[in-house]
Ligand binder design. Structure first.
Ligand SMILES: [Zn+2]
Length: 323
């Protein structure tokens, strides 16, 4: 058994039977809104007796899965290993590999799994819920429904081939799972600093999304007020792309040079192949590098930081792919 003390978690057990749902934030240490949203959920279940008594099944909340990375304010922990690349981990491996091992045990003990992310310090992601295109039709359909139920504007099913992710482990042990991405960089910081993920009404989309998932799974009663938006009926754009590499956000449109980054597109914008994504300007040379989109589709990730290093991802364009 892996060392479960490697991360802190809270568990809320309903008096009535229901599914076991695991929600994690902070797999990456520089993604703060999900941590605040999970903290808000913990505070709410602690303070709201009615909410707690209405719970069916078992809710496990991990607000900061990767403490070492959080303490550094960095994507990776002190050993500089990306936790989201080493699942299922190794019992006696490096600290991040041991952590992946302990988190894997938690995922295996769950019936459903939601992993919350943002683009981190330098990338900004269009609010989306994603899943792997699982070969098991029943799990795939459950994942689709979870992603839609979360209630964000974009739903993205991508290749089941990506390895080392929390979702790869969930895939391998047959646990229906989704990941969520919500902004990043300075837009995330602005929301985090405004306190919007905590105790504000209406709920922040990350808080609302987790509660939507619980209603969808029958863990919380449905909203009776017909004027409250029914999350599963909110129109969202659904794209599925089974090609290998789809969904890998750190490598798309690599920068041809290091320099100042000037984006030419907005997050969520639809663009055509060949359109200008961004320019990279040097401080000392008149040469400007243009980065053109390799696909037609929707800009779901854009760098949101003034500097870019050669080979860093500029943007991800989610393509409506028809095999
Ligand atoms: Zn992340």
């Amino acid at each position: 058994m892996a060392d479960a003390s490697l991360f802190e978690y809270r568990e809320f057990a309903g008096d009535r039977d229901g599914p076991r749902l695991l929600i994690t934030a902070g797999i990456h240490g520089d993604e703060y809104l999900p941590m605040l949203a999970v903290k808000e959920l913990i505070d709410r279940f602690d303070s709201d007796t009615e909410l707690r008594e209405s719970l069916r099944g078992n809710l496990t909340l991990i607000p900061i899965a990767n403490q070492s990375a959080y303490q550094r304010g960095h994507r990776c922990g002190a050993d500089n290993i990306d936790l989201a690349r080493v699942f299922p981990g190794t019992l006696n491996g490096k600290p991040t590999e041991q952590l992946a091992c302990a988190l894997s045990d938690r995922i295996r003990q769950s019936d459903f799994f939601v992993d919350l992310h943002t683009g981190g310090t330098e990338l900004c992601v269009f609010p989306l819920a994603g899943y792997t295109l699982h070969e098991d039709r029943s799990i795939l359909e459950q994942q689709r429904q979870l992603a839609v139920a979360f209630g964000l504007p974009f739903v993205w099913g991508t290749s089941a081939e990506l390895q080392g992710r929390s979702l790869s482990l969930a895939r391998d042990c047959g646990v229906p799972a989704i990941y969520v991405e919500y902004l990043g960089a300075y837009r995330e910081l602005a929301e985090a600093l405004s306190g919007v993920a905590q105790s504000r009404k209406p709920d922040h989309p990350l808080v609302a999304g987790c509660l939507n998932i619980m209603r969808h799974l029958g863990m919380l009663p449905a909203i009776e007020d017909p004027f409250t938006a029914e999350p599963s009926s909110v129109a969202c754009d659904i794209v599925e792309d089974a090609r290998p590499g789809a969904g890998h956000m750190q490598v798309a449109h690599p920068a041809p040079a290091t320099g100042f980054f000037i984006p030419a597109v907005e997050l969520g914008q639809s663009i055509a192949a060949g359109d200008l994504l961004a320019e990279i300007v040097s401080a000392t040379s008149p040469v400007t590098h243009q980065v053109l989109s390799q696909q037609s589709g929707r800009v779901v990730v854009i760098r949101d930081y003034p500097r870019i290093n050669q080979c860093d991802a500029v943007a991800v364009v989610a393509e409506s792919f028809k095999p």
